[in-house]
Structure formats: structure tokens, C-alpha cells
Design a protein. Structure first.
Ligand code: SF4
Length: 484
């Protein structure tokens, strides 16, 4: 399938989180609603908002896009100066309404609301432990585990409860939470998934990406640092380093593919980072061609950089139809071919008779790349030279990205020349790992590149812990304990 932001992989987006605390008495939900629109590329399966007015936690969740779930009246009904929101693509727990976020559970400090991005490695063990204490679960995602852990923490304040919870969690987590009327953001010790802090007129905001601030009138202030807990209340922002910095490991695929190009991560504009990837790619893998085109949208910035460095014209060779719903994406082969034709249309005047460099961000299974190359050839391209602005993806991700199993990754089985033949290209070149680090312009030790080199920043989960449905399976196993 061609994913929501482009790309020829079956790389699925993860989730997006957002939170707002209004200090001027205004309602927070309308700002979170706007932020979720900006984060929609991070998940299209479900969305939700929870808002707290000091007494009552109101929330609404649904399946589908933000625009399908919320209207003005629905947002207005979510009263209160504090709110958190979530957009979801399921990486743990199947796609159903019970798994939509934010999750709300009762606690000694009033209702707790949790929006989580990432994947916990030890979620099954934590869930078993909580179930043994009599906790009943309504969903099958690791995010609900976080909510219950905070609610049952042996702590006297919301901050202490969250800090205690952070010590118990293993894996990747970026969380926007409402606890005891405060807005709280926290992040795992490796900082795998992103979270930034913004400040607008009369409000504080946290979000997975800074593009969520731009639409609300907020300015990015800083990141929530790895292992840090940030609390917002009437007195402003309070920061606390809870976990000792383990190894900073920001997901490099945020720069390559996941994040929106107008977001800034660790002071790097994502579009400019992708453009540099394209330039380095052209240096490492030049080609004798007439034009450079992108697989829209996520390949566009890198294709621009490639064209600049190669001295070739950048052309719009593939047009993306933005209005195809997910329902068209069927899992069988014939429908997948149909899906590519529906989503991407070749611009015949640009392609026919030309030697084309096709720039994309990644190859996951290789099947979609092959279909796009075939599409260009059938449109009359004389040659198709595929250039990929990431290194080969050889390993699975356990941190909130649905990469398929390792066996499905074409680069875990085949070398470059075999993949070139498989996708039917005249030539194929991948950005090197050193080239990627140069383009992102962060030290290699500050990045997670585990799906490229197998160097995981945490312990590698067991098979039972790793799957998307690990907690679905656990939920199906009778525990002999009745929920209270
Ligand atoms: S394994 Fe890959 S996709 Fe997963 S967090 Fe690390 S760099 Fe990102």
C-alpha cells in the first residue's frame, strides 16, 4: 500500500499525541482539535480528545479521521481548560474503538487521561501484574497499562505517580496525560518518539510534532527531554529529570519519513533534513538521466535535493490522489495493484521518452516500488533509476512502528542487485548510513537506527512481547481472576 504521506513501503505511521493547558480560562479542546488535524499523518485509524474542567472529565473517541469524528458541537461539549488528544495507527492492539485513545481511568487524584505514542516492551508482564491486583482492562493496548499504573501508584502526588510509573515502563513511550487537573508530558529514557513543548497566548501545549503548534498560534519552546517529566499548571511549566539518560536514541525515521516536513525536531527542520538526504544520495549514487521525480509526498524533499546536486530538472511525474479513503486498500494482490493506480497517476507528458530518476524514502516489502516502476515503464519511461533516501531496512522496529515482521522486509533477504531485479529498475541506490547521519546532522549515537543496523537501544523483546496483537492474545487467555 502507498502510505498516507507517500512512500513505497508498507511503513505504517505510529500515533500522534497532543495536550493543552489554558491559563486564561478558555477551553482547551478546540486547540487540541486543531492540533490533531496537524498530526493526522501519524495515524488515521482512530482519534479522540479528553477534557477536564476541574471536576468532570469528558471525552469523545471514534474510528476514522479527525474530520469524521468531531464537529463543532462535539468539540464545544468538551469543556475545561485542560485537554489531551490522540490520533492512532494500531501498533499494539487491534484497530477497534475500545483501543482508541485517550484512555480514562479513575485515580486518587480524579480521572486520569492518557494519550500514548510508542510501544512498551513489558506491557504483557505489567498487564498480568495489574490483573493479579484485580484491575479490569477494557482494551488490548499497552497505553491502557500506563493509565492503570499511574492510577495505582503508591504515591502521594500526581507527579510522583507518573515518576513511579516511568520507572516501571520499558520500551518507547511519549505520553500526554491529564492527572489531577495538571497537564503532564513524559518520555522514555532513550527519547525514541518525539515530543515538543509550545507556548501560545494564554496556553501551554505539548505535541508529537511542532507542526501542531503552528496551527494554534503557539511557538515551540523546547523538547521534552528523554526521561523527563514536564508538568504544566497555573504556575507555569515545571521540569524534572526522572530517569537517568540511558542512550539518546531519536528515531531516525522521523526525519526520513514519519514527521511532517514543516516540523522541527531537535532544531532540524524536517524538510531541510530530507533535502540534504537527497543531495548526499545524488553524491553517493549519481545517475545519467533526464529528470528527477518523487514518490509523493514524503519523497518530494529528498527528490528536490537530489535534483539540485545532480543538476537535473525536478519534475512532477506522479500525481497523488489525496481523496482515496482507506476502504480502497484491500489486502489481496489484485486490489493492491488497483490501489496504486488509484493513488498515483503518472504525468505522461513528463515521463514518456525520458530517463527518470525516481526518489522514494524507503523500500519495505518491495512490491509497491515494483508497481510504481511498472507504472512508469507503461507510461513510456525510457529508463527508471530508483534512489532511496534511507539505508536498507533489514530489521524490525519494536518502538511503535508497524514494519511487518523481519521476514517480510525485502532487504533482510535480498541484496541491492536482487532488489533492483525484483522491482524491475534499471539501477537502484540507497543512501548510506554515514550519509544519513551527515544529512540529519545529529551525532550517530543520538539516533535510533535499529531497523537499519540491528543495534537496539533497549533490550530486544521476546516474540510474545513484540507482536501488534500481544495483548489481544493475552486478553483471550483466561486468568482465573474476575475484574472488580
Ligand atoms: S527501529 Fe527504526 S523505525 Fe523503529 S524507532 Fe528505531 S529508527 Fe525508528
Amino acid at each position: 500500500m502507498v502510505s498516507a504521506t507517500g512512500g513505497a513501503g508498507v511503513w505504517k505511521e505510529e500515533c500522534g499525541v497532543s495536550g493543552v493547558l489554558c491559563t486564561d480560562g478558555h477551553a482547551a479542546a478546540p486547540l487540541v482539535h486543531v492540533a490533531l488535524y496537524a498530526l493526522q499523518h501519524r495515524g488515521q485509524e482512530s482519534a479522540g480528545i479528553a477534557a477536564f474542567d476541574g471536576t468532570v472529565m469528558r471525552h469523545h473517541r471514534g474510528m476514522g479521521l479527525v474530520s469524521q469524528i468531531f464537529d463543532e458541537g462535539r468539540v464545544a461539549s468538551l469543556a475545561g481548560p485542560a485537554a489531551v488528544g490522540h490520533v492512532r495507527y494500531a501498533t499494539m492492539g487491534s484497530a477497534r474503538i475500545e483501543n482508541a485513545q485517550p484512555f480514562i481511568v479513575p485515580s486518587p487524584w480524579g480521572p486520569v487521561a492518557i494519550s500514548h505514542n510508542g510501544n512498551l516492551i513489558n506491557a504483557p508482564a505489567l498487564r498480568r501484574e495489574l490483573e493479579a491486583q484485580g484491575v479490569g482492562f477494557g482494551a488490548t493496548t499497552d497505553s491502557e497499562v500506563i493509565a492503570h499504573l499511574i492510577a495505582r501508584a503508591p504515591s502521594s502526588t500526581p507527579e510522583e505517580a507518573v515518576a513511579w510509573c516511568m520507572h516501571r515502563l520499558e520500551g518507547a513511550y511519549t505520553v500526554a496525560a491529564l492527572v489531577g487537573g495538571r497537564l503532564i508530558g513524559f518520555r522514555d529514557a532513550n527519547g525514541i518518539r518525539p515530543m515538543a513543548v509550545g507556548r501560545g497566548p494564554g496556553f501551554w501545549a505539548i505535541a508529537s510534532e511542532t507542526c501542531a503548534f503552528d496551527h494554534t498560534g503557539a511557538q515551540a519552546v523546547c523538547d521534552v527531554e528523554p526521561g523527563e517529566l514536564v508538568v504544566f499548571d497555573g504556575g507555569g511549566m515545571h521540569r524534572r529529570q526522572v530517569l537517568a539518560l540511558d542512550r539518546c536514541a531519536h528515531c531516525v525515521f522521523e526525519y526520513i519519513y514519519f514527521a511532517r516536513p514543516d516540523s522541527v525536531m531537535r532544531d532540524r527542520n524536517v524538510h531541510q533534513a530530507r533535502r540534504r538526504m537527497g543531495r548526499v544520495l545524488a553524491r553517493e549514487h549519481p545517475s545519467r538521466a533526464d529528470i528527477v521525480i518523487a514518490v509523493p509526498d514524503s519523497g518530494t524533499s529528498a527528490a528536490m535535493g537530489y535534483a539540485e546536486r545532480a543538476g537535473l530538472p525536478f519534475e512532477v511525474g506522479l500525481i497523488k490522489n489525496r481523496y482515496i479513503g482507506r476502504t480502497f486498500i484491500q489486502p489481496d494482490q489484485a486490489s493492491r495493484d488497483f490501489g496504486v493506480r488509484l493513488k498515483l497517476n503518472p504525468n505522461i507528458d513528463v515521463i514518456a521518452g525520458r530517463r527518470v530518476v525516481l526518489v522514494d524514502d524507503s523500500i519495505v516489502r518491495g512490491t509497491t516500488s515494483g508497481r510504481i516502476v511498472g507504472l512508469l515503464r507503461s507510461t513510456g519511461a525510457r529508463e527508471v533509476h530508483v534512489r532511496i533516501s534511507s539505508p536498507m531496512i533489514r530489521h524490525a522496529c519494536y518502538y511503535g512502528i508497524d514494519t511487518s515482521t523481519r521476514g517480510e522486509l525485502v532487504a533482510s533477504r535480498l541484496e541491492v542487485e536482487d532488489i533492483r531485479r525484483f522491482i524491475g529498475a534499471d539501477s537502484l541506490g540507497y543512501l548510506s548510513q554515514a550519509g544519513l547521519v551527515e544529512a540529519v546532522a545529529l551525532p550517530q549515537e543520538a539516533l535510533c537506527m535499529a531497523c537499519l543496523d540491528g543495534r537496539y537501544p533497549t533490550r530486544v523483546p521476546t516474540e510474545a512481547e513484540a507482536g501488534r496483537t500481544a495483548l489481544d492474545e493475552l486478553a483471550a487467555v483466561p486468568m482465573g481472576i474476575s475484574p472488580p
